[in-house]
Design a binder for this molecule. Structure first.
Ligand code: XIL
Length: 301
């Protein structure tokens, strides 16, 4: 193929990007988006602070603009994210205990129901495990409502949108380490007990401190062997030139080598669209030109 999406499709995969609603009026941005990508993740517009700014008042305007654009251009949508410790509205941050648990269940029900039938996969729970060697859960207001909050979130999402794949999504879980071992144990437990989970997302934000792990493919494979799909959900790789290009190609090859790796999403289009404060971690430069990393990615597909 001559585009990321077309080449990925030849391999039975999708190729996606994060999209910001306020860039849908940027012709250069939209031109690349609709030429190269067949999966879209709203970068911020489906998060709790965006969709329920005050309790039980739901605002879907910006997310709807992204979904409508995707549908008009034959792209599917990854929903992101239903339950997360970050980007919560202030009213949620001020809740605890059963009131917070009820608010989470209501939020998941309302958002997933609103988009029922329109979402390929939901990141139901995002970033719930602690960094470092503890192998434990991240301390958060949601975690303090009880250790079962994650399975409650998944069961709630399944009831609201039975056709969507339900993913657990996290970072620093890309290689085999204490954190990914803990996620692996949770997924294994969920499969054993019939808690609905269909996929695991690996954010894959890489830089010099956190490079593409040597055991990236092996780690994706061990999760796939649990009976879930795996997806690369927020890929960006700091660097430039040949080194960056080689790293992107490694990521593509790892996904293609795992039959249940269903697709790759990069976290933005141009370097200037990146959430990273500095650097050049994406596939297109600020002017929208293809970088060596783009060519390496396309050639690896
Ligand atoms: C980031 C967005 O890209 C930024 O625009 C926002 O200010 C903060 O969140 N992990 C995730 C994403 O799951 O939701 C984050 O997105 C990046 C890290």
């Amino acid at each position: 193929g001559t585009t990321l999406a077309a080449s990925a499709a030849e391999r039975g995969r999708y190729f996606g990007t994060a999209v910001a609603a306020n860039k849908l009026s940027d012709a250069t941005y939209v031109g690349i988006l609709n030429r190269e990508f067949d999966m879209v993740t709203p970068e911020n517009e489906m998060k709790w602070d965006a969709t329920e700014p005050s309790q039980n008042t739901f605002t879907f305007g910006n997310a709807d603009r992204i979904v409508a654009s995707a549908q008009a251009n034959g792209q599917r949508v990854r929903g992101h994210a239903l339950a997360w410790h970050s980007q919560q509205p202030g009213w949620v941050q001020n809740l605890s205990g059963s009131a917070l648990r009820s608010a989470m269940v209501n939020h998941i029900t309302r958002v997933a129901s609103y988009y029922r039938g329109k979402i390929y996969a939901w990141d139901v729970v995002n970033e719930a495990f602690a960094d470092g060697g503890s192998g434990g859960r991240r301390d958060s207001n949601l975690q303090r409502t009880g250790n079962d909050w994650i399975e409650v979130a998944f069961r709630t999402a399944r009831a609201a949108d039975p056709g969507a794949k339900l993913c657990y999504n996290d970072y620093n879980t890309d290689g085999q380490n204490a954190k990914s071992n803990a996620v692996y144990a949770m997924v294994s437990d969920f499969k054993a007990r019939g808690v609905p989970i269909d996929c695991v997302g690996f954010q894959s934000h890489f830089n010099a401190q956190s490079p593409v792990p040597a055991d990236y493919q092996a780690n994706l494979q061990r999760f796939a062997d649990l009976g879930v799909d795996v997806q690369i959900t927020e890929l960006d790789i700091e660097g430039s030139g040949t080194a960056q290009a080689d790293n992107y190609a490694r990521v593509v090859r790892a996904c293609l080598a795992v039959s249940r790796c269903t697709g790759i999403t990069v976290w933005g289009i141009r370097d200037s669209d990146s959430w990273r404060a500095s650097g050049t971690p994406l596939l297109f430069d600020a002017a929208g030109n293809k970088k060596p990393a783009y060519t390496a990615t396309l050639n690896a597909l």
